[in-house]
Design a protein around this ligand. Structure first.
Ligand code: SAM
Length: 351
């Protein structure tokens, strides 16, 4: 049965496509509890009870892409477009440093204003001002040469969700100019040039079948990224998917648990989207095996304009109160926020 497969996954850290489908479709509340208990055991062995925090800076909502699910897609005319200046970005870093963040995540649409030259200049400034901090980029698909330039300028990590591995499914979520193959090639480039690399997918995106999720797991096993970001799909009113159903908390938590067993050492965030569909979604994510949270540090005045989906959680963690609220929530479930870069660590018995 399902618990048998969960045990097998725990033991072998892999399953076949058929078994992935069975373990996902055969889930029950009891099997999920069992999975989460094992996932927490694994997580505690690698990362203890520390929760790593990353300060998320949404620095531009201009985007040349037109992903059908995303609120900041190019053809949405209702978005108030903004991009932060270098000074505003450095201010965000400074504030969040004061609150204990030692990783900054620069995330944005694919904005051609941020040329390689502008971005490498920015990376150098941030790394010079905060030498004890890690810098993560999440600016979409670029050439291998640009990725190399970002790494050489001092960036440490890169987040690029593969969104869905299956090419047919990918094509239903994106316009024809985008492809699953190109996205995946970017991920292999990022990893091979030396980035701590993050991939990931949406749970419950339109047209998603269990076999697509199974293929996502097999792809991630093969890529073996340092980080995996997953969250429920949440519809946005100004997109072609406005009328589609959101992904569920229940399936997202279950996938988090499975990911922890498959990739024991992975950095696994309880994402904003998870916190957006349920008040204590991020706590539940931690209890399912996640070990990272990414509070939003973007300036208040632009917060509403980086709307990927409706009812996005606004943590207000740019303030000391916001962060202590998060710390309190983590302590309530027996975890604590760690004040360090929170790098990926190889498995203790491989180190
Ligand atoms: N442009 C960069 C990229 O493509 O990687 C980074 C920003 S992009 C907006 C960040 C992530 O938001 C995407 O990888 C996608 O999974 C997620 N996202 C976009 N629209 C969403 C929605 N409606 N529901 C849930 N997640 C969404």
């Amino acid at each position: 049965g399902t618990e048998e497969l969960i045990r097998k996954l725990h033991r072998d850290q892999t399953l076949s496509e058929e078994e992935w489908i069975q373990v996902i479709d055969g889930r029950t509340p009891k099997a999920a509890e069992y999975l989460f208990r094992l996932a927490r055991q694994v997580r505690h062995a690698y990362y203890g009870r520390d929760v790593y925090i990353r300060g998320l800076i949404e620095f531009t909502n201009f985007c040349r892409n037109d992903c059908f699910y995303c609120g900041i897609r190019r053809s949405n005319p209702h978005v108030r477009r903004y991009r932060l200046t270098e000074d505003e970005i450095l201010d965000c870093c400074r504030q969040s440093y004061g609150l204990g963040m030692r990783t900054f995540v620069l995330q944005g649409g694919e904005d051609s204003f941020f040329t390689n030259q502008r971005l490498t200049g920015l990376i150098r400034q941030i790394k010079a001002a905060f030498p004890d901090c890690a810098l993560t980029l999440s600016v979409g698909e670029r050439s291998r040469a640009s990725y190399q330039a970002f790494l050489d300028a001092g960036a440490d990590r890169y987040l690029l969700r593969h969104e869905t591995f299956n090419a047919g499914h990918y094509a239903k979520l994106h316009p024809a100019q985008m492809s699953a193959a190109h996205r995946q090639a970017c991920l292999f480039d990022l990893k091979s040039i030396g980035f701590q690399t993050g991939a990931g997918f949406m749970v419950g995106s339109p047209f998603q079948e269990t076999r697509h999720l199974a293929q996502d797991m097999l792809f991630l096993k093969h890529l073996h990224p340092h980080m995996v970001g997953i969250g429920p799909f949440i519809p946005h009113r100004d997109t072609p998917f406005a009328g589609e159903k959101a992904g569920t908390l229940e399936l997202t938590l279950y996938m988090l648990g499975l990911l922890r067993l498959m990739l024991p050492d992975v950095l696994l965030p309880a994402t904003t989207a998870l916190g957006s569909i349920c008040d204590n979604g991020r706590e539940l994510g931690i209890l399912a095996g996640a070990n990272v949270v990414m509070p939003n540090l973007s300036p208040r005045c632009h917060r509403k304009d980086y709307s990927l989906y409706n009812n996005k959680l606004d943590t207000g963690a740019e303030s000391a109160e916001g962060l202590s609220e998060l710390a309190r929530r983590m302590e309530q479930i027996g975890y604590r926020i760690a004040v360090h870069r929170g790098d990926w660590r190889p498995c203790p018995d491989q180190a």
